[in-house]
Ligand binder design. Structure first.
Ligand code: GAP
Length: 512
């Protein structure tokens, strides 16, 4: 199965099993906006819990916040979003399709990498165990040529971005012969800037309504509450403020399902530090965040670092964690050293002093900030796409979501073998015991095999089957999702066994 086919299957699986629906589907949908269904919301909540506990509960110096989506419009002037939160867009005159010019070039650059990797894989097959990848990459002429071409395009691209040179960006597209994926032509318009913020009105028209924005990131809610939290929480630097919440961006090209949405959720943390120490903290948070991802056990090879070649004017270091989605490695989280830019801007625009007074050193300063910012929906997509698995069982294909057990929407399904002989009553009794602690599902319709398959498809780690023997000796069959193994266990032991495997503590322990 190609990666493209796999991705299509994941998208339709998400709909069929109540994870994700197109928003406003009844009215033919709203582009790049999605609703999370009965299983999706559980998975999403579990990811949030994992992040929140890892950030706020495990780090005593990190506290939470839930700031409003609507904020004073001057905040977005101060942060630079009104003037500079733009994407360069370009249209193809034949297909009438609109693209982000920078993404067209980035995808083109990535193709050189793909070509290099193909050469490496070919050589690996040819030379077998004797293959020395490092030597091959540094000596093979074809690889060196691709690398040189890639470096040259990259250098031009970075310069054009730095100079905000829209004609330069267009010229790269022309010179590199980049074509529209739909029409296949190079018939491009000029490149224009497009602001991504949604605006709306606060107050009635009669009163003279003010234009305000739907926040494009949650981070500014943290910056403008820095003083409130520092003072009321008597926080000492270094300390962090974490929040989870909705963000809105009028993305030019919304694509790849929930990867790029117009309404999405972020989990962000700003860590306030003494100037001069920020790069040490930056490295510490890089390490912590990668560990958080890897603790899920989805495969260490699924992650890689991307160092920003072009730093935003306020940053002095920036890396992204990229995940290997079915459409390739793409950003899932950004870790940025943002200097004191945001706090200084808010100090200037609000006219209020935003400082920290260090009693020991007897000095005041504007703290520097290290930010970790992850998209909850992208995280969701990474979990679902690495969990989706089709395997042959006898002469049928089983679709199973191998979701890490602590994140699984339903932890255990309680299934009476038949709908009679007192089995449903006993199953309900067990269900009532378990549901105080675990998200469970009770199912009595269809054959037991069909019910197992339905639970596999939503990633339920355990099924318990209540049969005639259960009424006699107080045992049930416990079936494990991944191995399909079944064992006989006492009803009294179920909660302990399931909790041991599904407890979020299993993940958190790895972070200590
Ligand atoms: N405060 C920093 C900030 O917002 P960003 O790189 O623009 O940085 C952070 O966004 C994360 O938010 C990204 O790594 C990504 O996971 C997620 N994200 C950004 N735009 C998104 C979109 N349109 N749809 C879904 N997730 C998005």
């Amino acid at each position: 199965m190609t990666q493209e086919d796999l991705f299509k299957k994941i998208v339709s699986h998400c709909k069929e099993y109540g994870f994700i629906f197109q928003s406003s589907e009844l009215y033919d949908g709203l582009s790049a906006v999605y609703d999370y269904g009965q299983n999706g919301v559980e998975l999403k909540n579990n990811i949030k819990e994992y992040w929140w506990k890892a950030m706020v509960q495990l780090n005593e110096e990190v506290v939470g916040l839930d700031s409003a989506i609507f904020m004073h419009p001057t905040i977005w002037k101060a942060s630079g979003h009104v003037d500079a939160f733009n994407d360069p867009l370009i249209d193809n005159k034949d297909s009438k399709k609109r693209y982000r010019a920078d993404v067209l070039i980035e995808d083109h650059i990535e193709k050189f990498n793909d070509k290099i990797n193909k050469e490496v894989e070919k050589a690996r097959k040819r030379f077998g165990d004797a293959f020395n990848e490092e030597q091959f990459r540094s000596t093979n002429q074809r690889v060196l040529d691709y690398q040189a071409k890639m470096d040259a395009v990259k250098a031009r691209f970075v310069k054009a971005l730095e100079d905000n040179d829209l004609d330069g960006i267009r010229q790269i597209i022309i010179d590199e012969g980049i074509v529209c994926p739909i029409s296949g032509t190079k018939n491009w318009t000029e490149v224009r800037q497009f602001n991504l913020m949604f605006d709306t009105k606060l107050g009635s028209v009669a009163e003279g309504a003010n234009t305000i924005y739907l926040r494009p990131e949650t981070a500014q809610g943290i910056f403008v509450n820095y003083l409130n939290v520092q003072k009321t929480g008597r926080m000492k630097i270094p300390f962090g403020i974490a929040q989870i919440g909705k963000a809105f961006r009028n993305e030019i090209v919304a694509r790849q399902f929930i990867f790029r949405m117009r309404e999405f959720e972020q989990m962000e943390m700003q860590y306030f530090v003494k100037p001069g120490t920020e790069l040490d903290w930056f490295e510490k948070w890089r390490e912590k965040r990668l560990k958080w991802h890897k603790a899920l056990g989805m495969g260490d090879n699924k992650y890689r670092w991307h160092k920003h070649d072009k730093l935003a004017h306020y940053a002095n270091a920036a890396y992204d964690i990229e995940f290997d989605f079915p459409f390739g490695f793409k950003e899932i989280e950004g870790i940025h050293s943002r200097t004191n830019f945001d706090l200084s801007q808010h100090q200037q625009f609000s006219g209020k002093k935003i400082q920290y007074f260090d009693n020991e050193a007897n000095e005041g300063y504007t703290p520097y900030v290290v930010e970790t910012s992850i998209g909850l929906d992208r995280m969701f997509l990474s979990v679902i796409s690495s969990a989706y698995c089709e395997e042959q069982v006898g002469d049928e294909t089983r679709v199973v979501l191998r979701i890490p057990a602590p994140l699984a929407p339903v932890k255990v399904a309680v299934l009476p073998l038949v709908k009679k002989d007192g089995l449903p009553e006993l199953a309900e009794k067990i269900m009532n015991r378990l549901k105080l602690n675990l998200n469970c599902q009770y199912e009595e319709k269809d054959s037991i095999g069909k019910r197992y398959r339905r639970q596999d498809a939503i990633g339920t780690p355990f099924c318990i089957t209540v049969d005639h023997q259960s009424a006699e000796d107080g045992t049930v069959t416990l079936r494990h999702r991944d191995t399909m193994e079944q064992e006989r266990v006492s009803i009294d032991d179920i909660e302990r066994i399931v909790t041991e495997k599904c407890d979020i503590k299993n993940l958190l322990r790895q972070l200590m």
